[in-house]
Design a protein around this ligand. Sequence first.
Ligand code: IPM
Ligand code: MG
Length: 374
Amino acid sequence: MTTHKLLLLPGDGIGPDVMTEVRSVLAWIEKAGLASFEIEEDLVGGAAYDAYGSAVSDQAVDLAQQADAVLFGAVGGPKWDDVPYEVRPEAGLLRLRKDLQLFANLRPAICYGALADSSSLKREIVEDLDILIVRELTGGVYFGEPKEIIDLGNGQQRGIDTQVYDTYEIERITRVAFDLGRTRNNKVTSMEKRNVMKSGVLWNQVVTKVHAEEYADVALDHMLADAGAMQLVRNPKQFDVIVTDNLFGDVLSDIAAMLTGSLGMLPSASLGAPDARTGKRKSMYEPVHGSAPDIAGTGQANPIAMISSLSMALRYSLDMGDTATLVEKAIAGVLEKGLRTGDIYTDGMTKVGTKGMGEAILAELDVLADAAGA
Ligand code: IPM
Ligand code: MG
């Protein structure tokens, strides 16, 4: 049996709460004889700052480089509001993305039928929604230089961020989007702001060229990112794959997430380029939600986004697609039975906490495994 090397980085806030449930699912998978895991764990975010004075240690980055997959919880919280910008909790996440060159961020937004009433939109708009946002993750305004606040000497300061994209960065994220489009409904929508941004003009040209030369079989639309945001709320089911830059992807994926009923439901995968020799990609999996410091440690957090992130890791990094399907079925089954954490609770359902949801998913896994074995 293959042994997979995993690095768990629970982080801050509810990160450790939801990671506990992932550990139980990993233990279940081992016990079921489906795989074995070599699990390392380290600190990231505010927790790493408190321990080492930086948002992620070199040692943790090394472990991440060696892992078959990294599972990341969440970072940040008011406790670290005043720490220096360079070592703020988010810097740990950004360094991991950059050092591992995880340029492709996959953010699926799937609305489970059982949850359509938790969305702030009408059921018919979101029911059975299944879209995928492909966000560029190592470029754009997040990392562009100069990035600084300078003194203008007249009592004024100037804050500067730089939005910058090179051709190769747009090409490689575009290919990821089209390749994924081919495995889905064969439709890609590219979003930028070519009406005000030079990087948007280039983005549009490069996507158009890659499409014409390599992916003419996939339908391609272009939308301005603001219009795209509006369409996501007006008629989200028109989309299949959306490809966009780092900052627009950050914003659009929060909108898409909320369509599904709760940020607490959505996983994400961040992937690097396949290694030339082994074909393996560096990868990190994290829920789209943040650290929710207000409910950290209270046992109320929804662990589904974190457990779904594990399921994406099984599928995309560990070649365990069948086990991923099993985990996804277990989640859907528990929702069908009416179990809800606070964030997705509606009248008449059964309210459970983090632990209750995790245990219910394990029990459902037992049932599914028994049925498969019988
Ligand atoms: C996300 C988050 C991060 C981002 C923060 C925590 C730096 O919002 O993953 O969407 O802006 O990328
Ligand atoms: Mg975000």
